[in-house]
Write a protein that binds this ligand. Sequence first.
Ligand SMILES: O=C(CO)[C@H](O)[C@H](O)COP(=O)(O)O
Length: 215
Amino acid sequence: MKVAPSILSADFSRLGEEINAIENGGADWLHLDVMDGNFVPNLTFGPPVIKCLRPNTSLFFDVHLMISTPETLLQDFLDVGADLITIHYEATQKIDEIIEIIKKSGKKIGISIKPNTPIGTIKNLLDKIDLILVMSVEPGWGGQKFMPEMLEKVKKLKAWRDNNPENYHYLIEIDGGINNENILEVKKAGVDVVVAGSYIFKRSNYKAAISSLHQ
Ligand SMILES: O=C(CO)[C@H](O)[C@H](O)COP(=O)(O)O
């Protein structure tokens, strides 16, 4: 299982150093939470910040767009070095167009769903995408409590993929409230990539925190 620290909980005044520290601490991916103050009430950063971070690390950039109508800024995120772009099913009417653009660019495409969106809603998209991100908190803030009932979605996604390996190759990612107490349950449900923000960045030893999630 891969560990993708979310920089939402990092010290933004020292972002470059924070990223080097999690890279040296064994992070597999870097999870970048982009929020627009519209799709979610919070605001974070956009393409200019990601552009500055790109030369600073060789980590895989897992960009999670919590923004309305992501199609408007898609090319900017592709241009600044995103490796994978995850958009929200609830944020756009142009999912098929977005999938097409990202695939043509040679980058990976992910779809995310909020806790109240049933997993069946995106079943028709699963054969076209590289990753599905199951939100285990309401998107918008770090440090919230994990919603264990979201693991039912993970179990369904794993069963669908296991039963149809010719058509489904998506990775299953989970985001929100992950820590050393729920990681085993998360792993058993079938998650491939785990996002963790406050559990890692609120500790003094990032390496120990990341390896506790790897085990
Ligand atoms: O997408 C997010 C919030 O919208 C964050 O990535 C997520 O909540 C991670 O933070 P934490 O591990 O502290 O819950």
